[in-house]
Write a protein of this length. Structure first.
Length: 138
């Protein structure tokens, strides 16, 4: 894990953190998602290939939450900051929901996810808000 002090004092540390967050995002969105989760997190998806009768009620929400928790875990592992992991959980869920409803395209979805990572790095780099204990476990 990166030392957060490296990020707040060194712009190249911030770039390294951004890259690590993007790698975690790619792993969560592509390597760990799988076909089932990719389809099941969309409440409008046809899941007949997985459930010949009918999918369990509310499955899409559970799948979306599971997928978003994977991403929150990635942010937590990279930054060590639970508050940013929680932000990722909420934001990733909202962005993916918007994509599943057809409100945004895949490209916009990815741009928003990358923007969130950039925001996390900026918050850490600028030490905002001042006085917030970013790492309560230390």
């Amino acid at each position: 894990m990166l030392e957060i002090s490296q990020v707040t004092t060194n712009p190249s540390g911030a770039l390294l953190l951004f890259f690590a967050l993007l790698v975690a995002h790619a792993v969560g969105d592509f390597a760990l998602q799988g076909n089932f989760l990719a389809k099941a997190k969309n409440r409008n998806a046809d899941l007949a290939e997985f459930f010949p009768q009918a999918p369990p009620r509310g499955l899409w929400w559970n799948a979306l939450l599971a997928h978003s928790l994977i991403h929150a875990g990635g942010v937590w592992l990279v930054t060590g900051m639970v508050i940013l992991a929680f932000a990722e959980l909420v934001l990733h869920s909202l962005i993916d929901y918007a994509k599943s409803e057809g409100w945004i395209s895949f490209t916009v979805d990815q741009a928003l996810h990358w923007s969130c990572k950039l925001l996390y790095v900026a918050l850490i780099f600028l030490n905002w808000p001042a006085g917030l204990d970013w790492d309560p476990l230390s």
